[in-house]
Design a protein around this ligand. Structure first.
Ligand SMILES: [Ca+2]
Ligand SMILES: [Ca+2]
Length: 441
């Protein structure tokens, strides 16, 4: 139950935010409607996750949908807004034509982006000049959209101002300037090509017309010799100016995949006064691998973190694409643990993984004694310890091997040997859940 005091504090926080907004923004600033899309900051979808040759940036959310903007323009070449230079309507523009051609003909036909793309109403909300900043807000309409015109589209002026720009102005040269939101600026900083301070061309065209018949909306790198105009959304860029075509698209947020968590034991907890570098040698690494022998990409490889007093650890993966994986858990000196895992194709799911049966009580417990990482505990592991023991190797020695110091006390000695005997003859397939894992491919 939330106490009255907390409610009161929340109310004060809202009042404070409103007061700040009111102080900064001029009177003609129109607040966005409550059910408008909300700006979000810079989740990147990799090339692998989209099947496109560029990564994409999530710039806004609406219900279970995400508005994505392509991190790179369609082509590196700069192009005018329209072929006649005088026509500033998006429907006839080169920008729209190029974006449609890209979506229908250039993007791979089996790109994952197509699996999540949905229809939208962007062509009905192009945005107009001087009508405030809620004019031109597209929404997803949820239909299947693997192909078709205007599934991918140029942002409107208001979408650029609110979701991906550093600053925005109504009309140059005398339009009032506003600083874009934190989220919009973070997203703008992610755009490629990176701003290097010498660009003379606008960054990308918008679908909103400009304030004269020869101008269109645009987000500029630089545009005015007397001002710093990096990342500024304009409605006054001449259609004959050269700029990029950069598509946006509404997708189901399920494209970002699921979060996957679980618990492991035991973690090393005492750094012996040697600092974090000592503990890192004993880290528990957790991966979601395609096969047992295929190391995971960095996005699917994490280190467990301490989650309790008794060496309990937990791991978390974010944005896991749906698919079949081998969960792979490894601490030096411990038998690698593995289990087949299926991540289903559903929006925003959370998976808490645990081993089958009662033996582990929901925790992926690791068995010690496998110094040479051959997935079984036997005399060869004892031999490895004996060699270092004979030379008195400890944590200060360059030859220190964490896999032979299973109790992580900084010394390789008889106590580690005893640990090997405790798990004598255990093999990876003895772990609950690991019976069917193919460790040879
Ligand atoms: Ca072994
Ligand atoms: Ca030891």
């Amino acid at each position: 139950m939330i106490s009255g005091k907390k409610w009161q504090m929340a109310g004060m926080a809202v009042a404070l935010v409103l007061a700040v907004v009111a102080a900064v923004l001029p009177a003609d600033q129109v607040a966005t409607a409550l059910d408008d899309p909300v700006a979000v900051s810079g989740r990147l979808l990799s090339r692998e996750a989209t099947g496109d040759s560029s990564a994409w940036i999530e710039i806004a959310q609406y219900g279970g949908y995400s508005l994505l903007l392509r991190q790179e323009p369609i082509t590196s070449s700069l192009t005018t807004y329209s072929s006649t230079l005088k026509d500033n309507t998006y429907v006839n523009s080169q920008t729209r034509k190029s974006i449609n051609d890209w979506y229908n003909n250039k993007l791979s036909s089996n790109a994952r982006l197509r699996d999540y793309a949905v229809t939208n109403d962007a062509m009905r909300v192009l945005g107009t000049i001087g009508a405030g900043y809620i004019d031109g807000m597209s929404l997803p309409t949820g239909g299947e959209a693997r192909k078709g015109n205007d599934i991918a589209f140029a942002l409107s002026y208001c979408e650029a101002a609110l979701f991906c720009s550093m600053q925005y102005s109504k009309i140059l040269p005398n339009g009032e300037l506003f600083k874009s939101s934190y989220e919009a600026r973070k997203n703008c900083e992610l755009l490629l090509p990176e701003y290097v301070g010498a660009y003379i061309a606008p960054a990308y065209w918008l679908r909103t017309p400009g304030n004269t018949s020869y101008s269109a909306g645009c987000v500029a790198y630089t545009g005015d010799a007397s001002e710093v105009t990096y990342g500024r959304a304009y409605q006054h860029t001449v259609t004959g100016t050269y700029a990029h075509h950069r598509p946006a698209i509404w997708v189901g947020s399920g494209i970002f995949g699921s979060s996957v968590t679980g618990k492991v034991w035991p973690m090393a907890t005492d750094d012996l006064g040697l600092g974090s570098s000592f503990l890192q040698k004993h880290d528990v690494t957790v991966e979601l691998r395609a096969t047992f022998l295929t190391p995971a990409a960095s996005s699917l490889s994490v280190r467990a973190v301490l989650a309790g007093d008794d060496g309990l650890g937990e791991f978390t993966f974010e944005n896991v694409p749906p698919g079949e994986y081998v969960l792979y858990i490894k601490r030096p000196g411990y038998i690698a643990r593995a289990m087949p895992v299926t991540i289903a194709n559903t929006t925003g799911s959370k998976y808490a993984l645990s081993p089958p049966g009662d033996e582990d009580m929901g925790v992926f417990r690791l068995w010690w004694g496998d110094c040479n990482d051959d997935l079984c505990v036997d005399g060869r592991d004892v031999m490895m310890i004996m060699e270092l023991l004979a030379e008195g190797v400890d944590a200060f020695d360059a030859r220190y091997n964490a896999a032979c110091d299973m109790n992580a006390d900084g010394v390789i000695d008889g106590r580690d040997t005893m640990m090997v005997y405790e798990m004598w003859n255990k093999i990876i397939w003895d772990y609950p859940g690991a019976e069917s894992v193919d460790v040879f491919s």
